[in-house]
Design a protein around this ligand. Structure first.
Ligand code: 5GP
Ligand code: ZN
Length: 115
């Protein structure tokens, strides 16, 4: 838990959010500025800066499982969805705590970016 990190606080309920799924390793909650009808962020409860910051395999697997659970809960498993993780400066990563954007609920087209 990084005391200066907003997603550490949300993932560990120091600050509450609108949760879609949660287990021991990860939390999934709605993006506060949604770019699609479904826009959920999947984050590990432990602080990792990005997807290549020594994230344990168990945590990565839990994040993929959470994506599946979010898609089912949102009813977008069949229609499809997009998963994005911005990493570093050129990707314009704003929050420096690993998060997967799960986007869906409409046709997303070819755009590479979301927000
Ligand atoms: P990034 O550019 O880092 O991949 O995107 C960060 C995302 O987090 C943005 O889509 C932004 O709307 C979302 N976000 C930032 N702060 C908060 C917050 O405090 N609560 C929620 N629910 N979403 C946030
Ligand atoms: Zn954090």
């Amino acid at each position: 838990m990084n005391d200066d990190c907003i997603f550490c606080k949300i993932a560990n309920h120091v600050i509450e959010s609108t949760y879609v799924y949660e287990d021991d390793l990860v939390a999934a909650f709605r993006d506060m500025n949604p770019a699609a009808p479904t826009h959920v962020l999947v984050v590990p409860k432990k602080h990792h800066e990005n997807i290549v910051d020594d994230v344990p395999a168990e945590t990565l697997a839990a994040m993929v499982h959470a994506v599946d659970e979010v898609a089912k809960a949102e009813g977008i498993s069949e229609s499809g969805f997009r998963v994005i993780t911005n990493t570093g400066k050129d990707a314009d990563q704003v929050v420096k705590h690993l998060h997967l954007h799960v986007l869906g609920g409409t046709f997303l087209g070819e755009a590479l970016v979301t927000a």
